[in-house]
Write a new protein. Structure first.
Length: 134
């Protein structure tokens, strides 16, 4: 939480024009590395709230289209990860990203998982798709 929230709010740094674009994109890459390490770090344990929320906190701060595009590309890769915890955190982040391709990314996931998802899971995925996820 200290990295993605108070006192650092990494999303604000990633969005800041005072930070060179290459450095901002590198920060996004670092968050991807953290997400990919979750299965190794936690084994089969549930994901801690801070890891689950990191993409929410970052994605909701982004307004620069180049940074949004890079974030979406990373999140699309994470959505395709085999670990459901990584997928969920990424989908949650996509749901908070104000990007025109958000809906298509989540709808593709819904289409591929509709048969195995519960009604509650489908409702959550639809909220991610529509940008209304909490």
């Amino acid at each position: 939480w200290r990295i993605i929230g108070y006192p650092l709010f990494v999303g604000d740094y990633i969005e800041s024009s005072r930070v060179p674009l290459d450095d901002r994109l590198a920060m996004l890459g670092s968050l991807e590395t953290i997400s990919l390490a979750i299965p190794e770090l936690n084994g089969s344990e549930p994901m801690e709230t801070g890891y689950f929320m990191q993409w929410d906190c970052v994605a909701s701060a982004l307004k620069d289209r180049d940074v949004q595009d890079a974030c979406l590309a990373i999140l699309k890769g994470l959505v395709a990860n085999a670990d459901e915890r990584v997928q969920s955190a990424a989908l949650h982040g996509v749901g908070h990203l104000n990007h025109p391709s958000r809906g298509a990314v989540v709808q593709r996931f819904i289409d591929g998982h509709r048969r195995s998802a519960s009604l509650e899971e489908l409702a959550w995925l639809e909220a991610c798709r529509d940008g209304t996820v909490m």
